[in-house]
Write a new protein. Structure first.
Length: 344
């Protein structure tokens, strides 16, 4: 089932939705959440008016993400999207995160009983679920309004995270250097390179997961300061052709660090929820986001960033925000491949 393109028009009629139809609607939206290397490491179970979100351990990056931190951040983003889909139907979601210690891959149980009309801003965010794309490159040299950045920070706090704006030039340079050093280091690790290559699709591939060549530039874009992206093409010339605007180094954008006070699985899930709220809020305001995790996959670098820039908190993701014309396209698995219901 495709996510309806006009959720506002469904609110009045959503009372007629069966539990199964509601589940399909939620999952059709949730699969468009961002995930590391577009692994889409989740599956959903539906039972009446309850959805269970599970992490799919078979899709975990065992070399790059042995703790499952990035996998759970991805699942947290899917959870936020499912909650938002419920709001688009006029339901008030109730989510229990990591409800069963005996099932560590059970990320959340989501139920809906009470109703309230969705706010305009919730519908605006939901409208961006399928439109939003991760940007890989630089931005136009336009400042972002301080009020907009405060809205993002307030939203992150609602989900138990902190969005730190790295405004000092020296701190920006330090973080850029950490991303660059980590990217160079990771490219030298054969196991990591092979693991990432397994999630990169060739041109013309029919895969519905992984990183397609329509989602990254064929020639790595430079920014000032330089925040290199992943080397998905790996010298094969895959990717989107560069535009004339990308011939020279471009503005790095507003550099941010998403952190949490703790560093346990629940914190990672909440970081994912905060991330998706940030991404959808930004997209609704015409702002794109680039994401970096390279230095956070190296323990010593992650600790250094937490001490130097995170004020002792735990860094979960590096973001860059700015305006740019996007042409990237992504792929997602169909609902039938990730939603399971008990037999009648």
């Amino acid at each position: 089932m495709e996510a309806p393109s006009s959720p506002a028009g469904l609110v009045a009629g959503s009372r007629a939705f069966t539990g199964q139809k509601t589940a399909e609607y939620l999952v059709a939206a949730a699969v468009w959440a961002p995930s590391v290397h577009n692994t889409q490491p989740w599956w959903f179970g539906a039972d009446g008016t309850e959805i269970s979100l599970y992490a799919d351990g078979s899709r975990q990056l065992m070399v790059a993400d042995p703790s499952g931190r990035e996998m759970l951040i991805s699942c947290g983003a899917a959870l936020f999207t499912a909650r938002l889909a419920l709001r688009s139907l006029g339901f008030i979601p109730r989510a229990l995160i990591l409800p069963d210690p005996a099932q560590p891959l059970l990320i959340a149980r989501l139920t809906w009983q009470r109703r309230a009309a969705p706010a305009d801003f919730e519908l605006a965010l939901f409208a961006q679920v399928r439109q939003r794309r991760t940007h890989r490159g630089g931005f136009d040299p336009r400042p972002l309004a301080s009020r907009f950045l405060r809205v993002l920070q307030e939203g992150a706090e609602r989900d138990g995270a902190t969005l730190r704006i790295i405004a000092d030039d020296r701190d920006r340079a330090v973080l850029a250097a950490a991303v660059e050093a980590a990217e160079l280091t990771l490219r030298l690790e054969a196991l990591r390179v092979r693991e990432m290559a397994a999630w990169v699709s060739a041109p013309g591939s029919a895969r519905s997961d992984g990183v397609p060549p329509t989602s990254y530039p064929a020639r790595p874009a430079r920014t000032l300061p330089h925040f290199p992206g992943r080397d998905f093409a790996h010298g094969r010339g895959w990717g989107l052709p560069p535009s004339s605007a990308e011939a020279a180094a471009r503005y790095a954008g507003v550099v941010c660090l998403l952190t949490t006070a703790g560093d346990r699985p629940a914190d990672w899930v909440n970081a994912g929820q905060a991330l998706q709220r940030i991404l959808l809020t930004s997209a609704s305001c015409g702002v794109a986001a680039a994401l970096h995790t390279q230095p956070l996959e190296l323990r010593s670098m992650r600790q250094y960033i937490g001490v130097q820039l995170g004020k002792g908190s735990y860094p979960q993701l590096v973001l860059r925000l700015g305006t740019v014309i996007q042409t990237a396209e992504s792929v997602r698995r169909p609902v039938a491949g990730v939603l399971f219901t008990p037999p009648a």
